[in-house]
Design a protein around this ligand. Structure first.
Ligand code: ITT
Length: 181
């Protein structure tokens, strides 16, 4: 089975492709940047983005929207994760977290699948902590500062794909997809 994934982010695509392989699903890359509405919940952002994209991309396809939610910062950067990463980056987040004892955070991934008629969303979440410093050379984005069981995603390499928010959302999506064809 083959399904198209629209994203501008090659690292995301590579992760999704590898996870797809383990489900016998071939993921094709539509490399494209698209407008995301700001604010609301990740689900709303993914749903509205998919709705708009359906005017430009052949259906069926899916997109995914991820966000890092830091508890001590009341969920920041959340739906603003992309903008915050481009502006203050990991250094900026570490600075905001200086002196803060509660390092709890979650990474959330929402997939929106458009079949040409309707949109279905799938959510995956992993709980972790914001590290005290950047560690590890793999991955992308916030991977060097997000740790699960003492190791950052950037230290895990492919093992990230066993436990990540993306894995958990894809698990739901791919098993639903396999059943519906
Ligand atoms: P597309 O929207 O084109 O898919 P993007 O990189 O803009 O690509 P998001 O809006 O979903 O993707 O990502 C929000 C931010 O969170 C962005 O800065 C990513 O680098 C970062 N991010 C997403 N998933 C991540 C992960 O698994 N590990 C680390 N950072 C991640």
């Amino acid at each position: 089975m083959k399904v198209r994934f629209v994203t501008s982010n090659r690292s995301k695509f590579e992760e999704v492709r590898k996870i797809g392989d383990s489900y016998g699903i071939e993921v094709g890359w539509v490399e494209k940047e698209y407008m995301e509405p700001q604010g609301g919940e990740l689900e709303d952002v993914a749903r509205i983005s998919a709705e708009i994209l359906a005017n430009e991309v052949e259906t069926p396809f899916f997109i995914e929207d991820s966000g890092l939610f830091i508890h001590a910062l009341k969920g920041f950067p959340g739906v603003y994760s992309s903008y915050v990463f481009k502006t203050i980056g990991n250094e900026g987040i570490l600075r905001l977290m200086e002196g803060i004892k509660n390092r709890d955070a979650s990474f959330v991934c929402v997939i929106a699948y458009h079949d040409g008629e309707s949109i279905r969303t799938f959510r995956g979440e992993v709980k972790g902590k914001i590290a005290g410093e950047m560690r590890g050379g793999y991955g992308f984005g916030y991977d060097p500062i997000f740790e699960v069981d003492g190791r950052t995603f950037a230290e895990m390499g492919d093992e990230k794909n066993e436990v990540s928010h993306r894995r958990r959302a894809l698990e739901k999506f791919f098993s639903w997809l396999a059943k519906s064809f």
